[in-house]
Write a protein that binds this ligand. Sequence first.
Ligand SMILES: [Zn+2]
Length: 103
Amino acid sequence: MRDLITSIDSTRLGFFKSILDEAEIPCFIRNETTAQLANIFIGPLQPTLCLVNDADYEQASVLLLPHQSEEACSAEEWPCPACKESNPASFEVCWKCQAVKPE
Ligand SMILES: [Zn+2]
C-alpha cells in the first residue's frame, strides 16, 4: 500500500479515484469518514487516496498529473506554497495557513 494524494477535499479525491478506477488501478480512500466527523484535525486524519499496489505509483501519478496541473494553472485560484491548499485569486494570504500569496 502506498499513499498517493492527501487532501481535505474528499470530493477531489473521489474524482481522482474514479480516474484510477477507470484505469483499473486498485485504490481506496483512507480516513474519509474520520475526517468528516472530526474536521478540526489535520495531518494524519486527512483523507488520503492510497494505492493497493506500490508498483502502480508511477502510472497513477502520470494519470493524475494533467488534472492536478490544470488546477494549478487556473487564473481563478492560486495554490498555497506552504500547505498546497487552493485559494481564490482575490485572497492575499492563504485562508488555511495565512502564508502570503506568491508573486
Ligand atoms: Zn496555506
